[in-house]
Design a protein around this ligand. Structure first.
Ligand code: HEM
Length: 465
């Protein structure tokens, strides 16, 4: 199904967000297949940084034509040290949330990024304060990827204002699978007023202010936003977490706990809540159904109402933790205030089920987990503390998320079933955190403001406000 199919006249009539000012990535789904590159840059001096943004700004995609599948686009986001390097006035810098200003590495304690995930083990330049700007090129074809990459390259190559720190290509693996062999990017929130028609099962549209600054959120009012308004309006935050997938450990775990391919695939499905094809266990509990996994009108159309104890979809599996939907939980929470727009990208060699050696645990492959939220920092801290690295909210004691939890104490994973539940011991950390950053994704007009095109107006609110 193409994106065009998801926008009727009705939905276009009720667009309430400023699509022309919002960056494309916020509303555009990751294409399938997808190709692209993340470029991480350092600003050498304020003038050079602003000049770079001025050159780049006309090439940044807006969300105006989000339904046009087939285009490649460029996105840009800036870290707090990047805003400082650009010479953003002090009053304005102070208006950003504390966790954003501190940076992801400094918030390791709040994020429970300990042990293997500790920032001291991260790959440089992550967590060093050197990353100022992230430019991402996303494309549905290889050809458009190269052409769009060339456009981006022309803005920074040979330009003394910025230095390239890291270039990371990414792309869909054969069959659109991620580094552990699963189809991903299926469960996404519908956004009220965006014109994007909700897919069956997506639930009621979430208030735009949860994802884009300056619009009312679920609480009925907009979140506090960076000042001046020109800078904050239509912007948002991006959380980036670079994970290295320990494919050898994952495959060994499946082999040790499954007698044959069938049992191993069922276990892989129980860890996530979906078969690797994307078919949800709620709708295909006993056997994979690849056609169901492929079909966006059916593959998310379910609740957990008929499975309160998790006999089909374990309460502690990744997907049910990350979006419990209608699961009755001992700790009362409004699940709609913890939703994320996910724009993750897979990098490195394709998943191989026969890879089992310990050497394969260190391979350079995994996921740049990228998510968008107007309160990215507090949402990530909540998820890491309560839903990923703990099990109390589902009556699972200290059990952790089997895909992204940090399994420091050789934890367990419980699969409820008749007549007795199965408890698997010695689950390992399958995805190790290798870096992370918080970034601000400005609107297109804020980008121009930052570039200094409107410098005089920019100074006024800063002086008085
Ligand atoms: C390497 C790391 C990760 C892997 C391999 C992974 C894999 C997956 C897979 C296979 C799915 C099911 C298909 C889909 O809906 O896309 C999924 C869903 C999801 N994941 Fe992850 N994930 C990873 C990291 C994370 C992290 C760090 C978070 C949150 C902080 C997260 C949040 C979610 C959410 C919100 C969903 C959708 C749940 C729903 O709406 O039903 N994932 N992930």
């Amino acid at each position: 199904m193409s994106s065009e199919d998801r926008v009727g006249e009705d939905s276009r009539n009720c667009i309430a967000v400023d699509l022309h000012d919002i960056q494309a990535t916020i509303l555009r789904h990751r294409p399938e297949p997808y190709f692209g590159t993340h470029v991480f840059l350092h600003i050498n001096d304020a003038h050079g940084g602003r000049e770079f943004l001025r050159r780049l700004a006309p090439h940044i995609g807006s969300a105006a034509d989000w339904w046009k599948a087939g285009d490649a686009w460029i996105a840009v986001a800036i870290s707090y040290p990047g805003l400082v390097a650009l010479g953003v006035p002090g009053d304005s810098l102070r208006s950003f949330p504390e966790a954003f200003r501190a940076g992801m590495a400094a918030r390791a304690e709040e994020l429970h990024d300990y042990g293997a995930n500790d920032p001291k083990n991260w790959e440089r330049p992550f967590g060093s304060g050197q990353i100022h700007v992230q430019v991402s090129i996303v494309s549905p074809t290889e050809d458009k990827w190269h052409r769009t990459m060339e456009t981006a390259r022309q803005q920074y190559e040979g330009f003394s204002g910025v230095t390239v720190l890291l270039i990371q290509d990414f792309g869909a693996q054969p069959g659109s699978l991620n580094s552990l062999g699963y189809k991903d990017s299926i469960g996404q929130p519908a956004i009220e007023g965006s014109g994007v028609e909700p897919l069956p099962g997506q639930g009621r549209p979430i208030k735009a202010g949860e994802f884009i600054l300056s619009y009312p959120g679920e609480a009925g009012v907009p979140l506090a936003m960076p000042q001046p308004d020109t800078l904050g309006r239509n912007g948002t935050y991006v959380g980036l977490r670079k994970y290295q997938s320990r494919v050898g450990a994952f495959n060994r775990f499946l082999r040790e706990n499954g007698q044959n391919d069938e049992e191993r695939e069922l276990l892989a499905a129980k860890l996530v809540g979906r078969w690797r094809s994307g078919a949800p266990l709620t709708l295909a509990p006993a056997k994979d159904d690849a056609a169901l996994g492929e079909d966006p009108h059916r593959n998310n159309d379910f609740t957990y109402a008929n499975d309160p104890q998790g006999k089909q979809v374990p309460l502690g599996c990744h997907m049910r933790r990350m979006n419990p939907r209608d699961t009755k939980m001992p700790v009362l929470t409004d699940v709609n205030i913890h939703r994320l727009i996910r724009r993750s990208t897979t990098y490195g060699a394709p998943y191989d089920a026969n890879t089992i050696s310990e050497l394969d645990d260190e391979g350079a492959r995994g996921i740049y987990f990228l998510f968008i939220s107007a309160k990215a920092m507090s949402t990530l801290e909540f998820l890491q503390q309560d839903w990923i690295n703990d099990g109390t909210f589902m009556n699972l004691g200290s059990e952790r998320d089997p895909l992204v939890g940090l399994q420091e104490e050789r934890n367990t994973f419980t699969i409820p079933k008749e007549p007795v539940r199965r408890r698997i011991h010695d689950i390992e950390t399958f995805n190790v955190l290798r870096g992370g950053e918080y970034l601000f994704m400005p609107s297109l007009s804020a980008l121009k403001w930052l570039a200094g095109l409107n410098a005089e107006a920019a100074e006024r609110p800063a002086r008085h406000g």
